[in-house]
Design a protein around this ligand. Structure first.
Ligand code: NAD
Ligand code: TYD
Length: 367
């Protein structure tokens, strides 16, 4: 039986992790700590609210006293740190919160964990600090380069990836210097339910529904290695259960796609959904899906992101060989599940769009 502090779990991956964990570990306790920034949505945790194993606390990972109090009063033995500023474009326009949350906030969590688990009366008890990181710390690959392994040198290019890289180093240092039982996972791009619609896949889905341009940065040939979010949760589960303290594990899907290929695939799926279900036309009258040139007519090439990394690719053979990790979802099945989830969960994304998402869109694209 484990007692977990899950930070940032009102966000995309953390919320999926909470639902994944509660469904599989009936005896575990989950305390969520989330600041509810623009990216945090309590609605993403609605299915867990009321469950006696679950508690939500609104707060900042920078609040060391609060984290220490939660670790003590809830007798928590595990931290899974999802809390972060996570969007590259935002980090380009305003890096400060990335430094504050991703670096200073992670360090604050490490200090609280060390104080409670190593220095105080808890000292010597089994514990685990799992840090959720990204493949973007390794920098950008050329088309013929081998995929990132755990020993690829760090070469972050954006303020986002630089802040994640700094946090990864602090996590490593707390193991080597103080003996904190840490693990880190570096994962490729995720997609699936509850993803905030500033990221490529949900942005494209919702813009198709509203007949808005689908902005493709640069030539659209940038490559990402896409993983269905539940497969990321499965990878973290394996690291928590069997991973060795002090180790780093890459998690990926062996699933490289160019951005333009993905956008065309989503357009095709949306055209098919609209052609098969006349109710969708009534719900989304502005959408060109299933008619004329179809959704692909919305594709618009726009100015490239500054410093845009060309390619990411993960070599996940370490976690596969050591911990038996294998992704369960194919890209075709995962993307179809994702399209259907957004079509079936209009109230969730409407609530997101009525607030921060709409304001953000206006600042980016003038509405
Ligand atoms: P997200 O932006 O959807 O969610 C982040 C959550 O953290 C939000 O709920 C937000 O309210 C919360 N938060 C932000 N600052 C906080 C603070 N100071 N204190 C407490 N909570 C705070 O992010 P995501 O896509 O779910 O990513 C989760 C983690 O996974 C991040 O660490 C990210 O770097 C990493 N990651 C993401 C991807 C991806 O494709 N999305 C891939 C690899 C790794
Ligand atoms: P994103 O979802 O922001 O993830 P990341 O930058 O962390 O990989 O972007 C995925 C890819 O899609 C990336 O190459 C940038 C590109 N992109 C667009 O072309 N248009 C968009 O509107 C967005 C948000 C992203």
């Amino acid at each position: 039986m484990a007692r977990l502090l899950v930070t940032g779990a009102a966000g995309f991956i953390g919320a999926n992790f909470v639902h994944y964990w509660l469904a599989r570990y009936p005896d575990d306790r989950l305390v969520v700590l989330d600041l509810l920034t623009y990216a945090g949505n309590r609605a993403s945790l609605a299915a867990a609210e009321g469950d006696p194993r679950f508690r939500f606390v609104q707060g900042d990972i920078n609040d060391e006293a609060l984290v220490g109090q939660l670790l003590r009063e809830e007798r928590l033995d595990t931290i899974v740190n999802f809390a972060a500023e996570s969007h590259v474009d935002r980090s380009i326009h305003g890096p400060d919160p990335f430094v504050q949350t991703n670096i200073v906030g992670t360090h604050s969590l490490l200090k609280a964990a060390k104080a409670v688990w190593l220095d105080a009366s808890f000292g010597g008890r089994p514990h685990r600090f799992h840090h959720v990181s990204t493949d973007e710390v390794y920098g950008s690959l050329a088309s013929a380069d081998p995929a990132f392994t755990e020993s690829t040198p760090y070469a972050p290019n954006s303020p986002y990836s630089a802040s994640k890289a700094a946090a990864d180093h602090l996590v490593r240092a707390y193991h080597h210097t103080y003996g904190l039982q840490v693990t880190t996972s570096n994962c490729s791009n995720n997609y699936g339910p509850y993803q905030f619609p500033e990221k490529l896949i949900p942005l494209v889905l919702l813009n198709i529904l509203h007949g808005k341009a689908l902005p493709i940065y640069g030539d659209g040939e940038n490559i990402r290695d896409w993983l269905y979010v539940e497969d990321h949760c499965q990878g973290i589960e394996r690291v928590l259960n069997k991973g060795r303290a002090g180790e780093v594990y890459n998690i990926g899907g062996n699933n490289e796609w160019t951005n333009i290929e993905i956008v065309r695939l989503i357009c095709r799926l949306m055209d098919e959904r609209f052609a098969a279900d006349p109710g969708l036309r009534r719900r989304f009258p502005e959408s060109p899906a299933g008619e004329g040139k179809g959704a692909a007519g919305l594709i618009t090439f726009v100015t490239d992101r500054p410093g845009h990394d060309r390619r990411y690719a993960i070599n996940a053979s370490k976690i596969s060989a050591e911990l038996g990790y294998q992704p369960q979802e194919t890209f075709e099945s995962g993307i179809a599940r994702t399209v259907d989830w957004y079509l079936a969960n209009e109230p969730w994304w409407r609530a997101v769009m009525d607030g921060s998402y709409r304001q953000w869109l206006e600042t980016q694209y003038g509405g």
